[in-house]
Design a protein around this ligand. Structure first.
Ligand SMILES: [Zn+2]
Length: 99
């Protein structure tokens, strides 16, 4: 019986991943691998069509806060890189103009 259940879960995961790639990456906690729980869902109009967003959190609140701080660090890093590359591009433009 346990195997049958596992197959069903696998099918569910397959269904899930084919529907939404983004959601798939947030279904399991990246730190502990636990199944994440839905904390809130909301809908937004994007380009005229209604898109439903789902926010999931780790059932372990301590783990969730760690994941969030790690995510924030990553976001900060990406922003820093973007800022630097933007500055570099500006500098290149300026150098081109002066020539
Ligand atoms: Zn977790």
């Amino acid at each position: 019986m346990g195997e049958v259940l596992a197959e069903e879960v696998k099918d569910d995961i397959k269904k899930f991943s084919s529907q939404e790639h983004i959601r798939m990456s947030t279904t399991l906690c990246i730190r502990c691998g636990k199944l994440r729980i839905v904390s809130k869902t909301w809908s937004e109009k994007v380009n005229g069509s209604l898109v439903t967003y789902t926010q999931t959190v780790c059932p372990d609140s301590e783990c969730q806060s760690k994941v969030e701080s790690e995510l924030q660090k990553k976001i900060d890093k990406v922003r820093d890189i973007q800022k630097k590359s933007l500055e570099r591009r500006k500098l290149i433009k300026r150098n081109r103009k002066s020539k």
